[in-house]
Design a protein around this ligand. Structure first.
Ligand SMILES: [Zn+2]
Length: 470
């Protein structure tokens, strides 16, 4: 997620330095290669790439169910802009981690459940608060297919944060008929039944039907010839899924190695197109330092709302962003595809693994590093006092600047200790050796120590746990 508090607002002078343009080549707009047709696994294939080891979330224990490992979500959705109604059929293929008396997933009570089946047999399903319960027992290790048919008007929920751009989470209807999402740390449950916790990554196939003249955009690889259909062959954490509906123009620019980069903009976003078309240059800069971009396509969809989110293969970004901020924000959200999307924190205790890396990478790109470090150091103590130490953030202060700035400072300490070559070697190896996985602080620390042959545990723990600036 973008660290700024309200795009274009409340940024301190030096941190807000406009991006220094790196010496990148111009991009080639439009007329670039169409994405190759993805192979969609048949439902009975077992979805081995969707297998996870879910854990309970210590920060937001009300979301996610560690007893269930969802392997694949097949979402067939229809949006009616005129009435503001979302109708959906969710086909959820899951594996029970342990014997369970019932199926419990996160889902919004804003929807009316029309039909539920479990392995083809009709069942009842009820939603109480944010939990869908289907009274069908699960056998440990056995694959089960839950199908839920539902309809209703999406209702966002409050974000547990004081970010001025935070506000609400979930699927947001816009007057006039558009849709957009923001769902970190949770909120996917406002549009489909889901194990809404990052340790349970799963594969996705999402199809959305919208009336003539409207377009629907989702996370994943667009499937040619199938309307608005998106396929995720790499596992996705639920907070990284997105759905946007609007009157969009679509163009594809060629990224590094011919990577298709999909740009979805509305008529009012024309002034951002030159900036968006710099995506290939940003991705090339990141690839040079972090290794190959880890997914088959990239993209950006501009929406209403006030923030930016690194939703997988399709960044969700407020069209209200200033032109000066567009490039650093894009760089930040693309960097998350290495730090957060392919390597995902297993719980929200380790959101610093996302935001520390994305922020530090963004600072390296923007330049003026010593000024930024000085500025962050000056804020560090107050941020810890206000939102908790970055390795143990307060649940009511989700993704506040403590997890961005305080841990970018930690990474700077490691960078200083190792020098450029070893530091970028470490960053690249961490990502490329852990693609499509979930990790935590212990795994990161052990990796750093193994990779460098030095003991960084005291430094890492001090920067993550100390209530005051180390
Ligand atoms: Zn971020």
């Amino acid at each position: 997620m973008w660290p700024s508090y309200g795009l274009g607002m409340r940024r301190s002078a030096s941190i807000a330095i406009v991006a220094l343009l790196a010496g990148c080549t111009a991009t080639q707009p439009a007329a670039s290669p169409a994405p190759s047709a993805p192979v969609i696994a048949p439902p009975q294939a077992g979805y081995p790439a969707g297998k996870s080891a879910p854990v309970a979330d210590p920060v937001y224990p009300g979301f996610g169910n560690p007893a269930i490992d969802v392997l694949h979500y097949g979402l067939s959705l229809a949006w009616a802009p005129e009435t503001g109604t979302l109708s959906g059929t969710a086909t959820v293929t899951m594996r029970a981690v342990s014997e369970q008396p019932q199926i419990r997933l996160d889902f919004s009570s804003a929807y009316r459940i029309e039909n539920v089946t479990v392995d083809g047999a009709v069942h009842s399903g009820t939603v109480d608060g944010t939990k869908l319960t289907v009274p069908s027992s699960l056998t440990a290790g056995k694959q089960t297919v839950l199908v839920v048919k539902y309809a209703g008007k999406p209702q966002p929920v409050t974000m547990p944060s004081h970010r001025p751009d935070g506000g609400t989470l979930g699927l947001h209807p816009v007057p006039g008929g558009a849709l957009w999402t923001m769902q970190e740390p949770y909120g996917a449950f406002t549009w489909y039944p889901v194990n809404d916790q990052p340790s349970d990554k799963a594969l996705y196939d999402i199809t959305i039907s919208v009336p003539e003249g409207w377009s629907a955009v989702a996370s994943g690889t667009p499937v040619p010839g199938k309307g608005f259909t998106y396929h995720s062959a790499d596992p996705v954490a639920s907070y990284l899924t997105t759905l946007a509906v609007g009157k969009y123009q679509h163009e594809v620019v060629a990224g590094p190695r011919g990577l298709p980069v999909h740009l979805w903009t509305r008529a009012k976003d024309g002034h951002h197109l030159p900036g968006l078309r710099r995506s290939p240059a940003l991705l090339t800069w990141l690839e040079e330092r972090l290794g190959p971009y880890p997914f088959p396509t990239a993209g950006v969809v501009l929406v209403d709302g006030t923030s930016g989110m690194e939703t997988q293969q399709m960044v969700t970004l407020s069209g209200g962003i200033s032109q000066a901020q567009l490039e650093p924000v894009l760089l930040h959200e693309y960097a998350h595809h290495w730090f957060g999307n392919t390597v995902t924190p297993s719980t929200w205790k380790d959101v610093w693994l996302n935001e520390g890396w994305a922020t530090y990478t963004q600072w390296l790109y923007q330049g003026g590093l010593s000024e930024r470090i000085k500025e962050a150091r000056a804020q560090d103590g107050a941020l810890r006092a206000q939102a908790g130490p970055p390795g143990n953030p307060n649940p009511g202060n989700f993704a506040e600047r403590n997890v961005y700035y305080c841990t970018a400072l930690l990474l700077h300490e490691i960078h200083q200790a190792l020098g450029d070559e070893k530091f970028f070697g470490l960053a690249k190896a961490w990502v490329q050796e852990h693609r499509n996985s979930v990790q935590d602080r212990a795994a990161f620390t052990a990796f750093v120590n193994r990779h460098t042959g030095r003991d960084f545990k005291p430094l890492i723990d001090k920067w993550l746990d100390s209530p005051t600036t180390p």
